[in-house]
Design a protein around this ligand. Structure first.
Ligand code: BG6
Length: 465
């Protein structure tokens, strides 16, 4: 029977803007997450979040108690370069040394995401990812991090979920990006990622770097050939466009056909083709929450009537695909489809296409937790993670190399567009949307369960039904 290897990287993940707070403290500049409009005014913003900035020592001590071998967090670009380029903020640089050193003092390996949705506002003001200069700014920032922290940090992730950031732009960035501009941004982001792969290999001895897209297999709603075409296109637009660029240095041909039909093929600069083929990742980091199901949109259908995965109403493109509610699967309280077998299938597709080791860097259940007498009974989260871990084991026994599993999230944080009410953590942070209270930490039932899984290298899992 396949088991988790003794050196398996048991982890948990967070991002800077969703946890740190201290949004303008110690020289930090503003990012697009600090300035973006909130659709729902009743949910909290990122100004205080879980106050990880001030609580990191205590939080990392708890993560050590949990048993983590690896801790995935992101660096806020605006703490290092408050305006994205130029002047460095020494307090920000020292802060991340402290966070890294605290992890290392507990034997936890830091796994750092360079950038997680929080572009410096100053760069946004000069065109953001639509402006080619942002590629250079990102390369300089990445090179700085590799040089500064590379002797301590071996695992690096580039740009969190560029696919979801662009496909679900309104929910993540607070604004719709016109299609042509969106794919120009795509090209710049992916070139920037290539430059980061290259820089990491040059500057970090023994360093390993991977892309970190959100990959979910797309099922066709029926065996109707047109539905199959819909899933083929959406698989390519949502998933393979990003991984083919990163791992093969090419534009995925099916996605390229879509871009041509929509007349939104990005402009390339001379030399871009060489950059695309200049560097490749060491592993693929996969974020997975749900599978997706689509159908072919017949004329005059309501494009909003079938909501499938975490992208909800954004899954639609006339003439190509639209979301479809998969009746074989259940949904969580926030309408996201739950599909553990879909994780195994997704990993098998990735392995077939790229044959690289994988790391799961996000997977988890957003839910309304309740604190009762200092306890949080989140058996629903345990059930979700248990089934997905079993899917990982099945994937491994089918021949896939899985380096580790780092679910979302280590501690409660502010959900991208649903605030604090939607919790993911193993550690509860006591605050509401508007009342920060004392931000006291409590271990959830899932904390003890995951602790046991890690301690037994997953053996408990095999015994559980
Ligand atoms: C991923 C993001 O797409 O999904 C995270 O990388 C995010 O930043 C997670 O928090 C869950 O999404 P949400 O909308 O529930 O916060």
């Amino acid at each position: 029977m396949t088991t988790f290897p003794k050196d398996f990287l048991w982890g948990a993940s967070i991002s800077a803007h969703q946890t740190e707070g201290a949004y303008a403290t110690d020289g930090k500049g503003l990012s697009v997450q600090d300035t973006r409009p909130r659709d729902n005014k009743d949910i909290c913003d990122f100004t205080v979040a879980s106050d990880f900035y001030h609580n990191y020592k205590e939080d990392i001590r708890l993560l050590h108690e949990l048993g983590l071998k690896v801790f995935r967090f992101s660096i806020a670009w605006t703490r290092i370069f408050p305006t994205g380029v130029g002047l460095i903020n020494p307090e920000g640089v020292t802060h991340y040394h402290d966070v890294i050193d605290t992890c290392l003092s507990y034997g936890i390996q830091p796994m750092i995401t360079l950038y997680h949705f929080d572009l410096p506002q100053s760069l946004e003001d000069t065109g953001g990812w639509s402006n080619r200069a942002t590629v250079n700014a990102f390369e300089d920032y990445a090179r700085f991090l590799f040089t500064e922290y590379g002797s301590k940090v071996k695992y690096w992730l580039t740009i969190n979920e560029p696919n979801i950031m662009l496909l679900v732009d309104k929910k993540i960035l607070g604004k719709h990006i016109p299609l042509k501009e969106k794919y120009q941004q795509f090209h710049h982001i992916m070139i920037a990622e290539k430059l980061a792969f290259k820089a990491c290999h040059e500057l970090v001895e023994g360093g390993q770097i991977g892309p970190v897209p959100n990959i979910s297999i797309v099922y066709p709603a029926t065996s109707k050939p047109l539905d199959n075409q819909a899933s083929l296109y959406f698989n390519s637009i949502r998933n393979w466009l990003y991984l083919d660029f990163a791992c093969k240095g090419i534009y995925n041909p099916i996605a390229l056909d879509y871009l041509r039909q929509k007349d939104v093929v990005p402009q390339m600069e001379p030399g871009d083709d060489a950059i695309m083929k200049s560097a490749y990742p060491d592993f693929i980091s996969v974020n997975y929450y749900s599978s997706v199901t689509v159908e072919y949109p017949e004329a005059d259908v309501d494009m909003m009537d079938g909501i499938s995965d975490q992208q909800s109403e954004d899954i639609m493109e006339k003439g190509f695909y639209k979301g479809y509610t998969n009746t074989f699967l259940t949904k969580n309280e926030f309408n996201w489809t739950i599909d553990p077998l879909g994780l195994k299938t997704t990993m098998q597709h990735i392995n077939d296409r790229y044959a690289l080791p994988m790391m799961i860097t996000e997977n988890g259940l957003g839910a309304y937790d309740t604190l009762e007498n200092g306890e949080i009974h989140d058996d629903y989260r345990i059930a979700y993670i248990r089934e997905h871990l079993k899917a990982c084991l099945e994937a491994m026994s089918s021949g896939i190399t899985l380096l580790g599993y780092s679910p979302w999230s280590a501690i409660d944080l502010v959900s991208v567009h649903e605030g604090m009410q939607k919790r993911y953590g193993f550690i509860f942070v006591d605050r509401t949307e508007k009342d920060e209270k004392q931000l006291k930490r409590y271990r959830k039932d899932s904390f003890y369960w995951y602790q046991d899984i890690i301690k037994t290298h997953g053996e408990t899992l095999q015994k559980e039904k």
